[in-house]
Design a protein around this ligand. Structure first.
Ligand code: NAD
Ligand code: UGA
Length: 457
């Protein structure tokens, strides 16, 4: 017996996994996931899912065809559902007012108008996408400007899952945040959404708030996480100058329970579709309220990330005798983090481009992200190779640069790799995942992040 009909518009990294978990955990609901992209929907209907996410296929299989459906029938899904989650993309605006900072809300607004056009009964519209604070107001204005006598309640239910751990994050979330208007109708809609999650999330982890706090909390959570990475990355630069080790510093600092140990791994830079976009969005909102100092503060988190990427490339060029023309450099990893095929805003894109501009020969290897890497580097025709096998990528290379912390890179036969490379062989560990002393003893010149290099000359 179906007790609730849920639609989700947008079958991407958020919509697909989130709805699959809701459907698996709540067999009493019918969940329709819809998207304009036929290719994506077709892939969701097969076992070759459009995104790689550990454990996701099992969840999808548990519910697909039972109470979980993927289709391009957007209008029908809207018509038959009482609750509509919207998880379409909200990229940074590339044109006009606020270009390069503000969120581009065209997809969201298009969906709002579609919901309005198709709805013959009142609905709860749930913001699942990450949106600027106060977007719910705009949505309400559009949705409730109708002569249909149907009412729309807009709820903010931002998603906190991280790629690579999406299924675990959805099954055991730190918290679920549900924001609504503080009116009788708002409270009733809030409760409906609480009831969905209460099927598997402990009650004390379901937080409720006003709708603006919920919208803003999502941007702030991402900004804080990114800020920690930029903070430790800034210290990695200082460690390299002072013979300190950034890993030792992070450990000592992170053991203070007021600070905590997570998100203190120095890296070549943070990537992913959201940190940069959401901070730019926060900066734009601060600016639009005249809060210039707050805007500059958050902007510096991004400036530090760019510095870290630039620094990484500069180190490669400087240490390889100030020229990399014609030298083969193998990039190990192209995904923005391990366990995902996603390469959006991956630091590898920046690094690969810079190396190619310096006329190096770049060999890219990655266990899951080569298709996306090919798209990201489509503008470059020469001096570029994509290789499945890391051993092949490293063969004849002057340098290997670790770009993604894939676990498999730790257990490679590095002696074999060393033997197959040009000498002197360089290793730049942009993720600090390898055993640097061991590699040095094999003959590599090793450049960890946030530690002085181990060089043979
Ligand atoms: P995505 O690009 O993977 O998916 C968005 C989907 O929406 C696409 O498949 C696209 O075809 C579809 N779409 C766009 N316009 C549409 C329309 N008018 N009708 C139907 N479908 C439409 O994006 P994503 O990574 O899933 O992110 C979605 C939102 O969630 C963003 O706001 C993002 O900031 C936020 N978010 C993402 C993550 C993440 O890990 N990727 C985590 C938390 C929050
Ligand atoms: C991030 C947040 O962690 C999620 O909570 C949020 O929902 C999501 O953004 C979103 O809004 O899209 P995600 O980008 O998938 O998730 O991945 P993270 O694990 O946060 O990593 C982001 C980047 O930071 C990666 O490039 C990662 O390698 C890097 N990172 C992470 C570091 O360089 N150091 C660290 O200590 C941690």
């Amino acid at each position: 017996m179906i007790s609730k009909r849920i639609a989700c518009i947008g079958a991407g990294y958020v919509g697909g996994p989130t709805m699959a978990v809701i459907a698996m955990k709540c067999p009493q609901y019918k969940v329709n996931v819809v998207d304009v992209s036929e290719a994506r929907i077709k892939a969701w209907q097969t076992d070759n899912l459009p995104i790689f996410e550990p454990g996701l296929l099992d969840v999808v299989r548990a519910a697909r065809g039972r109470n979980l459906f993927f289709s391009t029938e957007i209008s029908a899904a809207i018509r038959e559902s009482e609750v509509i989650f919207v998880s379409v993309n909200t990229p940074t605006k590339t044109f006009g007012e606020g270009a390069g900072k503000a969120a581009d809300l065209q997809y969201w607004e298009k969906v709002a108008r579609e919901i309005l056009r198709e709805s013959g009964s009142s609905k709860i519209v749930v913001e699942k996408s990450t949106l600027p604070v106060k977007t719910a107001q705009t949505m309400e204005n559009i949705l409730n400007a109708n002569g249909k006598k149907v009412h729309f309640e807009v709820i903010s239910n931002p998603e906190f899952l991280a790629e690579g751990t999406a299924v675990k994050d959805l099954l055991e979330p730190d918290r679920v945040l549900i924001g609504s208007r503080e009116t009788p109708q708002g409270f009733a809609a809030r409760q409906e959404i609480v009831d969905i999650y209460a099927n598997w999330v402990p009650k004390d982890r379901i937080l409720t708030s006003n709708v603006w706090s919920a919208e803003l909390s999502k941007l702030v959570a991402n900004a804080f996480l990114a800020q920690r990475i930029s903070s430790i990355n800034s210290i990695s630069a200082l460690c390299e100058k002072t013979d300190a080790s950034v890993q030792e510093v992070a450990r000592a600092v992170g053991m203070d329970s007021r600070i905590g140990s997570r998100f203190l791994n120095a890296s070549v830079g943070f990537g992913g579709s959201c940190f940069k976009k959401d901070i730019l969005n926060l900066v734009y909102i601060c600016e639009s309220y005249g809060l210039q100092e707050a805007a500059r503060y958050w902007e510096s988190v991004l400036a530090m990330n760019e510095f870290q990427e630039t620094r990484f490339v500069r180190t490669i060029i400087r240490e390889m005798f100030n020229t990399i023309v014609g030298k083969r450099i193998a990039l190990f990893g192209f995904a923005f983090k391990a366990d995902t095929s996603d390469t959006r805003e991956s630091p590898s894109i920046y690094v690969a481009r810079k190396l190619l501009e310096e006329r190096a020969f770049v060999a890219v290897t990655d266990p899951k992200a080569l298709d996306n890497a090919r798209i990201d580097l489509a503008g470059y025709k020469e001096n570029l190779d994509f290789v499945e096998d890391p051993y092949e990528a490293a063969k004849g290379a002057h340098a290997v640069a670790i770009m993604t912390e894939w676990a498999m890179y730790r257990s490679l036969d590095w002696e074999n790799i060393y033997r197959s490379m040009e000498k002197p062989a360089f290793l730049f560990d942009g993720r600090n995942v390898l055993n640097h002393e061991q590699l040095y003893n094999l003959g590599f010149n090793v450049y960890p992040l946030g530690r002085p290099p181990l060089k043979h000359f």
